[in-house]
Write a protein that binds this ligand. Structure first.
Ligand code: AMP
Ligand code: MG
Length: 332
């Protein structure tokens, strides 16, 4: 730890590694800023993410990614944080192995963190959001979360695939390259009409698999821009509905958007309108902090390290199904 001239408390410096899916990213942060970050992205030659290929990509790049990050900002590191889950098993194991090795060689503690909570905490760090309902929408995950009584509770989530994977799956089926989300957003702007697609909200949960298949079917009869537009309108309305109900239930005054699908301007517009109607604040972090990034893992590692969390090597095995509500939150 080093001392901060403006503060009596010592500053911590944490090294973090993310690699739950296609982005391998390492970063060093302190309380104020991201001191260094290096990312290597796996891009499948064709089709979607292949877990073993992605893990091989991470294994072959991790040495360079870690070395470069240390070279850019690696002084006085207090702990090594890594994403322990949820994510693709082979990818998680590669990152955890590197994190254990680094923590042993630097002789500093290891802190295993939950990837979903890292998205929320980096959002709170990088925006003015203090106690938001978070809509976390990525390739594999889609969840509505909010803090209550020592846990980040999951108020609603997908019953099958994440919204990003649903968009990517549909995109692939109509011949668009991976990742399909950004291309669908572009095509949707050329739409002339809305086509009815299945809207599935069950209780507080949603489902996207049927929507993706129905969109593939619809494309046999309708123009691609119309189907892209209708897919977005239907899926995003489901996400906004559940987010709004979580806001109404919790009485929270803020909404935070997180995850790679949060780059979508139509989704932002729809959530923004809901927040405006309810007179609450809507926060969207800078794009680099929305998709998977090393800084978010390092930053949650920092919060947890300062609150006394340490992960012993026998407890550092990864958990592909690690739920955010399992974590006892002692840093808030
Ligand atoms: P993540 O898993 O958080 O890294 O996010 C990756 C997912 O975000 C992929 O499924 C992409 O298709 C999706 N995505 C990225 N940009 C956009 C966009 N503009 N609109 C919709 N989805 C997007
Ligand atoms: Mg993510």
């Amino acid at each position: 730890m080093r001392s901060n001239p403006f503060c009596v408390l010592p500053m911590s410096i944490i090294f973090g590694i993310e690699g739950t899916a296609w982005n391998l990213s390492a970063a060093i942060v302190d309380e104020n800023d991201v001191l260094a970050e290096t990312t290597a992205t796996y891009r499948p030659a064709s089709g979607g993410i292949h877990p073993r290929e992605a893990a091989q990509h991470h294994a072959s790049h991790i040495g360079k990614v870690v070395r470069e990050t240390i070279k850019k900002g690696g002084r006085n590191i207090d702990a090594v944080a890594f994403s322990q889950g949820p994510g693709l098993g082979p990818c998680l194991r590669t990152v955890a192995t590197a994190a254990r090795a680094l923590s042993l060689s630097l002789n500093v503690p290891l802190v295993g963190v939950n990837h979903c909570i890292a998205h929320i905490e980096v959002g709170r760090w990088k925006t003015q959001a203090s106690d938001p309902v978070t809509l976390y929408v990525s390739g594999a995950n889609s969840q509505v979360l909010a803090y209550r009584a020592g846990h980040y509770r999951v108020f609603g989530e997908t019953l099958d695939i994440g919204i990003g994977n649903a968009l990517d799956k549909f995109a692939r089926s109509v011949g668009l390259p991976h990742p399909g989300g950004p291309r669908i957003e572009e095509l949707a702007k050329e739409a002339l009409q809305y086509i009815h697609l299945p809207y599935t909200v069950k209780g507080m949960d949603f489902s996207f698999s049927g929507l993706s298949t129905a969109a593939q079917e619809a494309h046999k009869k309708h123009a691609l821009p119309d189907v892209c537009h209708s897919f977005q309108e239907t899926a995003f309305a489901m996400l906004v509905e559940v987010t709004e109900r979580a806001v109404a239930h919790t009485g929270k005054k803020e909404v935070l958007l997180a995850g790679g699908v949060g780059a979508n301007m139509r989704l932002r517009q729809m959530l923004g309108m809901m927040c405006e109607d309810r007179g609450i604040e809507f926060y969207v972090p800078e794009k680099r902090f929305m998709g998977d990034n090393g800084a978010m893992i390092a930053y949650l590692g920092l919060l947890m390290f300062k609150a006394g969390y340490r992960t012993q090597v026998p407890d550092s095995r990864v958990d592909p199904d690690f739920r955010p509500d399992e974590v006892v939150v002692k840093w808030r």
